[in-house]
Write a protein that binds this ligand. Sequence first.
Ligand SMILES: [Zn+2]
Ligand SMILES: [Zn+2]
Length: 346
Amino acid sequence: MSLACTIHAALDLRIEQETPRAVGPHDVLLRLGAGGICGSDLHYYKEGRVGAFVVREPLVPGHEASGIVEAVGSEVTRVKPGQKVAINPSHPCGRCDYCRAGRGNLCRQMFFLGSASVFPHAQGMFRERFVMGEAQLTPIDEADVTLGEIACAEPLSIGLHAVQRAGPLLGEAVLVAGGGTIGCMCVMAARLAGAAQVIACDINDRALEMVRAVGADRTIRSDQATPDELADVAEVAIEAAGSPAALATCLKATRRGGRIIQVGTLPPEVPFPANSVMQRELDYRGVFRAHLEFDWAVQAIRTRRVDVRPLISAQLPLARSKEAFELALDRSRSTKVSTTRVLVSG
Ligand SMILES: [Zn+2]
Ligand SMILES: [Zn+2]
């Protein structure tokens, strides 16, 4: 038997016993290493839904996780028992037109772990033991790289995909609006991509401390800045806050001919100044999850080309998931706490 954290409805989170499914020839039995609680996990917990995706049966959350190999199927060659692994939660179908065109994150039949977007739901990884196809796994043999760091591969992949969508950044100034986990990942990704200057803005001093800790060159309190301080500061602006105010800041901050990259999820209806996009020849580009960037993120973390350690705060055992979710919820609301990542561990 094995423990699983399951969300039955809003604020109804339980720890239950389950039996992991049988290990097929290409499967691997994993023990949870660490799992990051993401904004979408918090929405499932707090509201029982993320936008249109409603919890209709008990859902195991968790799509940002690392594991330790316990047993392998007869045909498995990528990993062996005892190894730490990064786990890619994304299962594009490989058959649809988008997959065939190399854009797996846009797959028509995506199966993404820890999501109620499909029914039966795609069960996630906040469970003591679970079985995963070996294709999803990358072994990490570096002894000093922790399971908590490896669990940051998925959110880092979003930052890398945002930068990939932005196009070449070498020599450019980049503004990241929003200093939460994804904003921090975007800051680190922009540095990795050669941006000459990375500026970050937020309305929270603690968030600005965090973006400085991960390498932002300059920070701006967007709610206190004068219009002049914000105008034309960057060739590229990345909206990583999911707020209309942050989008307005991005539009103000982007130089003529520049690009705005939308990573955050905005409310359903947001007024959009299309004429400013037209007159200033701005490119407005969306970012949805990530594709090849997952492997790049794993590589960057294992070599510490990107150091995610400042982002990791509390780590609680899986059996105390409810507490971990409450803590993460508290921190998402708090303006006094500078730490952003709360992990559960196996
Ligand atoms: Zn996430
Ligand atoms: Zn597909």
